[in-house]
Ligand binder design. Structure first.
Ligand code: PEP
Ligand code: MN
Length: 343
């Protein structure tokens, strides 16, 4: 941490602040400039008490942290790309996965058609929500436990790995019975109780970035999973809130690139929720791949117009193979191989 003092701070006051810094577990190094004095506080910011408290002192102009708020998630801690196994399928470290499936599980028939179409297209990891975080309580809320039963049948029939979301602690155990990876949605990115519980269930976790979560906060949320027993975390950029209203959210391409640089964890992008419109899914996917994404999660439905949730952004499952074919050269150019088509 760097503590910048206001000009005119007396020698006695500097001594007092040095003393406080030592008390908080750091070694203070004073640098006297012509105009003002700064103090470098040497020590591990993750294990020592925060020096942010010094902000409250009248002599202190600013407190600037040097370390990030995460450690296990950082590249410094683990320089090589982490590869996460979802069922039998690898994601990360050059293994590019496209996860696909409908926003919500609506019926056995719908899931059967989607799984059949996607299997034929080479997709190995199927998404589908049973517990749905809907903005309005009047909207379709998901089939709940019945949706998980449908997922289990489809999983058995098509031998696909499954990703599904939990919104609350009581749902975790049931979801973990069928899911090969559990999704924490954007609205729960910083629900630390939920993160701590889901980390302990023995499944990889797909952590969506919150719509108002800074990259550092997103990685600090991943740190909750890592420090609570889950090593297999996949980060997912799904668009953040900006002033732009032409798209549902704004896909933060820099967030993808930064997360890849700051962290060893695989980063995927969800262009469906970022765009909110199905015809933007392909260009946003290309942008995400260019920024270094290790995979995509895309919403597809057999009959998008009649989908019970997120209809405008879902792609048609029957023609999805064409989208994958269009993505393949971009994935190759990024130095990765598309697992779903090649294996
Ligand atoms: C979803 O994946 O269906 C979903 C609700 O996503 P998000 O949490 O990103 O809004
Ligand atoms: Mn959705």
């Amino acid at each position: 941490m760097i503590i910048v003092l206001k000009s005119g701070t007396s020698k006695e006051q500097i001594e007092k602040i040095k003393h406080d810094i030592t008390d908080l577990g750091y070694d203070p190094k004073v640098i006297e400039g012509v105009e003002r004095t700064i103090i470098g506080a040497v020590g591990d910011e993750l294990s020592h008490q925060s020096l942010e408290t010094l902000r409250g002192m009248p002599e202190v102009e600013n407190v600037i942290p040097i370390q990030k708020r995460f450690k296990l998630a950082s590249r410094e801690y683990s320089p090589h790309d982490t590869v996460v196994k979802i069922g039998d399928w690898k994601l990360g470290g050059g293994n590019f996965q496209t996860i696909a499936g409908p926003c919500s599980i609506e019926s056995e028939e719908q899931m059967d058609t989607v799984a059949s179409d996607l299997s034929a297209a080479g997709i190995r990891i199927l998404r589908g929500g049973a517990f749905k975080p809907r903005t309005s309580p009047y909207d379709f809320q998901g089939l709940g436990k019945k949706g998980l039963d449908i997922l289990q049948n489809i999983k058995d029939k098509y031998n696909m790995a499954i990703v599904t979301e939990v919104m609350g602690i009581p749902e975790i155990k049931d979801a973990a019975m069928v899911a090969d990876m559990i999704q924490i949605g954007a609205r729960n990115c910083q629900n630390y109780h939920l993160l701590k519980e889901v980390a302990q269930v023995g499944r990889p976790v797909l952590l969506k970035r919150g719509m108002a979560t800074k990259t550092e906060e997103w990685l600090a949320a991943a740190e909750y999973l890592l420090t609570n027993g889950c090593d297999d975390v996949v980060l997912c950029e799904r668009g953040i809130r900006t002033f732009e209203t032409a798209t549902r959210n704004t896909m933060d391409v820099s967030g993808i690139a930064l997360a890849r640089q700051w962290s060893h964890l695989p980063v995927i992008a969800d262009p469906s929720h970022a765009a909110g419109i199905q015809h933007l899914v392909l260009p946003l996917s290309c942008a995400a791949i260019g920024a270094g994404a290790d995979g995509l999660i895309i919403e597809v439905h057999p009959d998008p117009i009649h989908a019970l949730s997120d209809a405008p952004q879902q792609m048609q499952s029957g023609t999805f193979r064409q989208t994958l074919d269009q993505l393949e050269p971009f994935i190759k150019a990024a130095g990765k191989h598309m697992i779903s088509l090649n294996n």
